[in-house]
Design a binder for this molecule. Structure first.
Ligand SMILES: NC(=O)c1ccc[n+]([C@@H]2O[C@H](COP(=O)([O-])OP(=O)(O)OC[C@H]3O[C@@H](n4cnc5c(N)ncnc54)[C@H](OP(=O)(O)O)[C@@H]3O)[C@@H](O)[C@H]2O)c1
Length: 250
């Protein structure tokens, strides 16, 4: 079995790579940091191939797909992503456009290309890493929340299409709460980590994905938040989130 993981150089992606390799999976790993990719490759017990790519670049998702041609892939994990904290007018447009390219465009392209192959073989799983933010409206991190909403909606829609056609292929979406990784540092935010570690979230996400679960929300508190936010009217939720988010700047 072989998995492709984007954003494998740190945090959740790295932990998923370690867990899968220790369970016998061969891997294709990507991220921008070539040194980290090489370091990880040396540590892992199975066949690991790496390709350093910046997924904000236009051709990068296609280069990754091309790199995977001729290597039978059973699982795609679209994990690479980042956020940026601050009022919409203050955050640099370039940062946001890069974020949309990594969090949305690359996920969209890779999901489409791999899903076509998987459907032809009637075999394969896709895990798209969104966030609990993907179920909410997020003032002071508006673009990040919007990108993750895209990933949630796209993934759930595809999952339903596949279910209707009786396919063995599945698309899962992961919606974790705050996890201690390099995310905060990169986003300039200060979200208090939930009780689950990155390794625990990664393990839970993989188990649920391999079982074909559609929506994966790790941890009881986050499951509760996911339910509660769906009950609050769309016009009221942003006010509550603003109060919470305004305390999360660095
Ligand atoms: N940590 C949290 O609190 C949290 C909560 C919910 C959801 N998430 C989501 O979980 C996913 C993983 O994040 P993490 O928490 O593990 O954070 P992280 O430690 O910062 O890891 C992010 C990964 O994404 C890769 N990446 C970022 N920009 C990239 C680019 N332009 N091109 C290619 N790769 C890029 C990074 O690799 P390079 O730096 O090597 O490029 C890194 O491997 C993200 O999608 C994030 O939105 C995180």
């Amino acid at each position: 079995m072989r998995a492709v993981i984007t954003g494998a150089t740190s945090g959740l992606g790295r932990d998923m790579a370690v867990l899968l390799s220790r369970s016998g999976w061969d891997l294709i790993l990507t991220g921008r940091n070539e040194k980290e990719l090489e370091f990880l490759k040396k540590k892992l017990p199975t066949d690991v191939q790496t390709i350093a790519l910046d997924l904000s670049e236009e051709k990068a998702p296609f280069r990754l797909y091309k790199f995977c041609q001729g290597k039978r892939v059973d699982l795609l994990v679209n994990n690479a992503g980042f956020g940026a904290y601050g009022p919409f007018s203050d955050v640099k447009l370039k940062t946001e456009l890069d974020m949309i390219s990594v969090n949305v465009r690359a996920v969209h392209i890779l999901t489409k290309l791999f899903l076509r192959d998987f459907r032809r073989r009637n075999h394969g799983r896709i895990l798209n890493v969104a966030s609990i933010a993907g179920l909410m409206t997020g003032p002071l991190m508006s673009t990040y929340y919007a990108t993750k909403n895209y990933v949630v909606r796209l993934s759930l829609a595809l999952s339903e299409e596949l279910r209707r056609e009786g396919s063995n292929v599945t698309v899962s979406v992961l919606c974790p709460g705050p996890v201690r990784t390099r995310f905060n540092e990169r986003a300039g935010a200060n979200f208090r980590p939930s009780s689950m570690t990155s390794g625990e979230v990664a393990r839970y996400a993989l188990e649920q994905t391999l079982e074909g679960r559609k929506l994966i929300v790790p941890g009881t508190m986050m499951k509760l938040s996911a339910v509660v936010t769906q009950l609050v009217p769309h016009t009221i939720l942003p006010g509550i989130l603003y109060e919470i988010q305004s305390r999360r700047g660095r």
